[in-house]
Design a protein around this ligand. Structure first.
Ligand code: KIV
Length: 300
């Protein structure tokens, strides 16, 4: 076990957890809601310290954390619970949203409720998110009926990317846009407290946002949404694969990490690391005794 002090808590103690009804208040006031994904305790802590409102432990973890190529489908409930548990240890004020992975709610309402309860009980998630309308409407009703808040997700729903014909923008015809609006109203009616709109034309997202009382959180859905979400690895320049056009990259951490790792490797190989200040001293008499015992031990 390494001797590593715990990362100190932020200087100002975090105020209490953001209350769920506050999100609807923010919409009414016109205050934008900020959501980001995160997958471990240190990111949860950093997002909290930066004043982020909502943290989504997204099933994008399948791609950005677990290395599955171009699909969110393979990530399991146990993997999602493991990551969500870590995030909730790091984040205090933000509401933590556990993203229900593919297979955890498609089969039945009972399954959906059981898995939503696992998110809350075993990982400390505050609420859950699931994708789609149609059969998802009764899942939302059932989970909300069990006392757990549900965030909906429409537009490009990555768990059904194959049937949508790939990772493509949705709602681009009048008919599709009308259906999207109907689905959004139905999800609100089923009890969702907020709705993610992914890869939807801005005017469509704006209209949906105006028609709903619950807040919309956009990703590739324009500035008319009540809030925005970006994936941690996209925002910080950590993802290796192709990023969608809607991503704004705020840092280039991949390059910074590569620079640091190369410098570390060079220092180890040249002997420049570790230095005296990176090691531990011991009293001289103890060292002398140890060295003499050591020598005798070998000679006897
Ligand atoms: O899983 C995820 O990260 C998401 C966001 C892209 C909204 O669903």
């Amino acid at each position: 076990m390494s001797i590593r002090p715990r990362t100190p808590a932020p200087a100002t103690p975090a105020p209490g957890k953001l209350a769920l009804p506050e999100l609807a208040e923010m919409k009414r006031r016109g205050d934008k809601i900020v959501m980001v994904t995160a997958y471990d305790a240190s990111s949860g802590r950093l997002a909290d310290a930066a004043g982020i409102d909502l943290i989504l432990v997204g099933d994008t973890a399948a791609m950005v954390v677990l290395g599955h190529e171009s699909s969110t489908v393979p990530v399991t409930m146990d993997e999602m619970l493991f990551m969500t548990r870590a995030v909730t240890r790091g984040a205090r004020r933000p509401l933590v949203v556990g993203d229900m992975p593919f297979g955890s709610y498609q089969v039945s309402d009972e399954d959906a409720v059981r898995n939503a309860i696992r998110f809350v009980k075993e990982s400390g998630a505050d609420v859950v998110k699931l994708e789609g309308a149609g059969p998802s409407l009764s899942r939302v009703r059932a989970i909300v009926g069990a006392g757990i808040g549900v965030m909906g997700h429409l537009g490009l729903t990555p768990q059904s990317a194959t049937v949508l014909g790939g990772f493509k923008a949705q709602g681009r015809t009048a008919e599709q846009a009308r259906r999207l609006l109907d689905d959004a109203l139905a999800l609100e009616g089923a009890g969702c407290f907020a709705l993610v709109l992914e890869a939807v034309p801005a005017p469509v997202a704006e209209r949906v946002t105006a028609e709903l009382e619950i807040p919309t959180i956009g990703i590739g859905a324009g500035a008319g949404c009540d809030g925005q979400v970006l994936v941690w690895h996209d925002l910080l320049g950590l993802y290796d694969g192709r990023t969608p056009r809607f991503v704004k990259q705020y840092a280039d951490l991949k390059a910074e990490i590569a620079r640091a790792l190369e410098a570390y490797a060079a220092d180890v190989r040249s002997g420049a690391f570790p230095e005296e200040r990176h090691t531990y001293a011991m009293p001289e008499e103890e060292l002398a005794e140890f060295e003499s015992e050591h020598v005798h031990g070998h000679r006897d």
